[in-house]
Design a protein around this ligand. Structure first.
Ligand code: FAD
Length: 446
């Protein structure tokens, strides 16, 4: 049975935002900045459909794993971050851009059926149709991001960890903390697959936490870590290698993670490593919400026009989209900076269309990138200029604090680091077992 759900009173214009990540939060902020009056007056209604009830600030994942910040600091409930939106905890299942409707399944219905929405596969879509609800929209923003292809490596979904599914980082943090606290004779080995920014930071964080009690192996298929940095900033890539060596991380180049069992990681060269924990940062694929098939690139990302619309009434940015850089003509990288800037821009353009004004092309050119290896030990590249050590660490922290969705949490992060400087590492708070917001199943009236 398909039900038509209307999120409360039907305003003159309904904006539906899919996902609860960077794109959605910054699209909302852009919209509120330029058409907030219409939203507050009820002429424009904003509905968010997200599989997660909180925004995850992924940038501090390394600090959480290393026990420098509690997990909670990285999580901002969506209802707090977007107080004028109706938040629906559910999974978008299809987009019909011609009829301007989006289909979705409520998280509550999925949990009744024992389906895990975060590890959902497209093959489950037949059973979805019985529980699907339909919401019509005037404007739709697709910000559903990406996920690591957990099923691409046999055994990974069952025995390993990826980093983007809600809740994974909390469970992983507890696991690594337990292993680091283990006092037995056995030395736990953590295998991190993927030598990009995320993999390098995760390997460093685990090694920083575990010291001599944890063995950390970083497995990378290329001939050098940080391929996204190597060519343009070889000095920073070398510095990262030195930091990993200092932390005792063993780097294995030219091999891939081939499969995972309960206690082994098999590699593509036929060898295996004992592994109590396997963390995969093996790239990501856009989350596929069926529909708009003629507007996707070969990787499945929604191809955007210069103003970040996909077709009339549909906008996209972030990891789910292929956004072209205004000067290089290449797709922009899949990272938080571009998701934030894309979200902001399309929110502004959406507000312009509401006022009958022409949209503007996305003209943002970029800022830089950074990775951390512990307090005071970072590498940063800002407008092409490399920084290392404390300067790089402060630059990265300043940038992250500026973009955290909650001022209160940003202030807490500063306090956490100050406490760390005074008293040393504080153990991360255990992951909350209850959702940050008890019941988001029903649309909330602002
Ligand atoms: C461990 C880690 C560390 C990182 N560190 C950095 C860093 O230091 N700097 C940096 O710039 N970038 C970093 N990134 C990358 C950055 O987090 C992503 O590029 C960014 O989150 C993309 O934003 P987004 O809005 O497109 O997607 P996301 O922020 O991933 O949000 C997607 C949202 O969509 C929801 N969703 C998914 N499917 C559906 C569906 N079918 N229906 C409804 N909702 C759905 C998800 O629950 C989530 O709320 C890191 C990523 C990871 C995993």
């Amino acid at each position: 049975m398909t039900t038509l759900v209307r999120a409360g009173h039907r305003a003159q214009h309904r904006v539906v935002l899919l996902g609860g990540g960077y794109v959605t939060l910054h699209a909302y902020a852009g919209l509120m900045r330029h058409a907030g009056g219409a939203v507050r007056a009820g002429d424009v209604q904003v509905v968010v459909i997200s599989t997660d009830d909180a925004h995850s600030f992924h940038g501090f994942t390394g600090e959480v794993l290393a026990g420098l910040l509690p997990y909670d600091r990285t999580r901002t409930p969506l209802v707090d971050a977007m107080p004028h939106a109706h938040v629906v905890l559910g999974r978008a299942t299809a987009i019909d851009a011609e009829r301007r409707v989006v289909r979705y399944v409520l998280a509550a219905d999925e949990s009744d059926r024992g389906v895990d929405p975060h590890h959902h596969s497209d093959s489950d879509s037949d059973s979805d149709s019985h529980h699907e609800r339909v919401l019509d929209y005037d404007s739709l923003v697709v910000g559903t991001g990406g996920r690591e292809p957990a099923t691409a490596v046999p055994g990974l979904a069952e025995h390993g960890f990826t980093l983007r599914a809600p809740g994974d980082i909390a469970v992983l943090t507890d696991r690594v903390r337990d292993a680091a606290a283990h006092r037995g004779h056995r030395r736990h080995t953590v295998v991190v697959a993927g030598g990009g920014m995320a993999g390098v930071e995760m390997a460093a964080a685990v090694a920083d936490l575990g010291g001599a009690r944890l063995r950390v192996e970083l497995v990378h298929s290329g001939d050098g870590i940080l391929p996204e940095l190597r060519d343009e900033q070889p000095r920073l890539a070398r510095r990262a290698e030195l930091e990993l060596r200092r932390l005792g991380v063993r780097v294995r180049l030219g091999v891939r993670l081939a499969s995972v069992t309960e206690d082994l990681a098999y590699l593509s060269d036929g060898t295996s490593l004992p592994a109590s924990t396997v963390i995969a940062t093996i790239g990501q694929r856009p989350v596929h919400v069926p529909g708009l098939d003629a507007h996707r690139d070969p990787r499945g990302r929604l191809v955007t026009r210069p103003d970040l619309s996909v077709v009339d009434g549909v906008w996209a940015a972030g990891d789910a989209a292929c956004v072209v850089h205004p000067t290089s003509g290449e797709p922009v990288p899949a990272n938080a900076l571009w998701a934030i800037k894309g979200g902001e821009h399309l929110g502004r353009n959406l507000a312009r269309t509401l006022r009958g004004r022409p949209t503007r092309p996305f003209a943002y050119r970029g800022l830089g990138q950074a990775a951390s290896f512990g307090v005071g030990r970072s590498i940063s590249e800002l407008y092409g200029i490399p920084f290392t050590g404390w300067v790089a660490w402060v630059l990265r922290l300043t940038f992250f604090l500026r973009f955290m969705p909650s001022r209160r949490k940003a202030a807490q992060v500063v306090t956490d680091f100050a406490r760390h400087a005074a008293h040393g590492r504080t153990a991360p708070a255990s992951a909350p077992t209850e959702p940050a917001v008890a019941d988001l199943a029903a649309p909330r009236t602002a």
